[in-house]
Design a protein around this ligand. Structure first.
Ligand SMILES: Cc1cc2nc3c(=O)[nH]c(=O)nc-3n(C[C@H](O)[C@H](O)[C@H](O)COP(=O)(O)O)c2cc1C
Length: 452
């Protein structure tokens, strides 16, 4: 098996595809229903996906026209529900599917957060992952106790200390044999220790409140692309989510993070890379193209501008819709700005061009065709970029997931590109093979293991 597949969602109406909630087949508005999430999990497990990746945002998208109105009209990441809460329900109707959930190191407290993830490690039996984000929205900062957000690199510095604390709680506070349950004693107090953390941002003198889970440290994902973000990913990430439109651009990111991982003393296969892809598949190429054209009719240019204004920290409504976008250094998603301005030298990137381009496919390629055509293209993309797999988006949920699982997966399986059966029970085993449930020895969390 060569390619790993994750599903990509956020608990909201408009995520990668903007405006498509208006399509009559879309169930996007059902993000508040547990049934919707359980159905999604079952579909992905039927397709033998590694995991469902759930994105998140902690503030409304209010940069475009200095207002949240455009984001509200299209339901773009606003409203959005908490990504952790549907996971237990999805775990209860699946056996193998993993869950990679986005949580911000900037706004959580590590002591409470470590327990939430350990609880999900217990309840999913080792199928939980964490997408570590530092958060880039000023609106989140304002509503979560700050006047304005911390500068970009300071958020990563704080995240570094956050990781120190959670590693100690997950790996170092409880010995594997701490729980004895021998009829007299439940936990041997000598086998549980306080972590004694006294840092710049966090004071955590005490012990972890929870028993270690199967994974101890959840499987760690990251998606930063700035220099400091890549260095952070190289140190900590086991999975990296990429947003790139061309395989060559993905390759640059893959090589950049691999180099950082090597600098951090980690082995060449320590980090796996997953690129966003939107796949529109039907029995024939012509039917697939017609399906895409049908979806494109619902794409919202204003909504896309509202989303990308927030991502880029730049009010695109102040710019001429049809004038080329100059390179702009923002404090937010520098990687994203770079992505567009260097994407395609033959193309003139205006705000309108960006909006039309991302309408259906969000942050990645739109791959359209018959099962054979999309399998060819996914294979080519992986060969040329060096990614280990894809985050498959769901622009018309859950129809696009279902189409992918029913049509594309059998073809990918026939070619031996994706698994036909699950191997190993936990999410980390999907990365490193059966039996590897804990972080590997070359991961920084391993340095915090409980030792006698
Ligand atoms: C593919 C991809 C997915 C992301 N998903 C989220 C997300 O769900 N929530 C979030 O707050 N940030 C998300 N981000 C933003 C990154 O985590 C990161 O905070 C941002 O890119 C800024 O860091 P950087 O300057 O190092 O790129 C995502 C970025 C990429 C490229």
């Amino acid at each position: 098996m060569r390619l790993h597949l994750n599903g990509l969602r956020q608990s909201t109406v408009g995520h990668t595809a903007i405006g498509l909630w208006r399509h009559p087949d879309s169930q996007a508005h059902r993000y508040r229903d547990l049934d919707y999430w359980m159905e999604t999990a079952r579909i992905l497990e039927r397709g033998k996906f590694d995991a469902l990746f759930v994105a998140d945002a902690l503030g409304p998208l209010d940069v475009y026209q200095g207002s949240v109105d455009a984001a509200l009209r299209d339901g773009i990441q606003t409203p959005t529900d908490d990504p952790l809460l549907p996971i237990s329900a999805m775990a209860s109707v699946t056996e193998h599917l993993g869950f990679s959930v986005t949580v911000s190191s900037t706004y959580e407290l590590p002591y409470a957060f470590a327990r939430k993830m350990a609880t999900l490690d217990h309840l999913t039996k080792g199928r939980i992952g964490w997408n570590i984000v530092t958060s880039a929205l000023d609106s989140a900062a304002r509503n979560l106790g700050l006047d304005r957000q911390l500068p970009h690199d300071a958020r990563y510095a704080k995240a570094e200390e956050f990781m120190e604390v959670v590693y100690q709680l997950w790996e170092g506070s409880w010995a594997d044999d701490a729980v004895v349950r021998n009829g007299h004693v439940f936990v041997d107090p000598a086998r549980v220790r306080p972590i004694g953390h006294h840092g710049e941002h966090y004071q955590v003198p005490g012990m972890a409140l929870f028993e270690p889970g199967i994974l101890r440290t959840p499987v760690l994902y990251q998606a930063g692309t700035s220099p400091v973000g890549r260095a952070f990913a190289g140190r900590h990430a086991e999975g990296v989510f990429l947003s790139a439109y061309l395989p060559s651009m993905a390759r640059t990111l893959v090589e950049g993070v691999r180099a950082e991982a090597a600098k951090a003393g980690r082995s060449g296969d320590a980090v796996k890379f997953f690129a966003i892809a939107t796949v529109i598949v039907a029995e024939t190429d012509a039917e697939a193209r017609a399906k895409l054209a049908d979806y494109q009719r619902y794409a919202s240019v204003e909504g896309a501008l509202a989303r990308w204004s927030a991502l880029m920290h730049l009010d695109l409504s102040t710019l001429d819709l049809d004038k080329p976008l100059e390179y702009v250094e923002t404090d937010g998603i520098r990687g994203m700005v770079e992505l567009f301005t260097t994407l395609d030298p033959s193309r003139t990137w205006t705000p309108r061009a960006i909006a039309e381009f991302v309408g259906v496919g969000g942050g990645g390629p739109v791959i359209v065709g018959s099962p054979a055509t999309v399998a060819d293209e996914l294979e080519r993309w992986a060969d040329e970029s060096g990614v280990d797999g894809f985050n498959i988006a769901d622009p018309v949920p859950p129809v696009t997931f279902r189409d992918f699982v029913d049509l594309a997966v059998p073809e990918l399986q026939r070619r031996g590109l994706v698994r036909t059966e699950y191997e190993g029970g936990t999410l980390r085993e999907r990365f490193y093979g059966p039996g590897v449930t804990r972080v590997r020895d070359d991961h920084p969390a391993a340095a915090h293991r409980f030792s006698d």
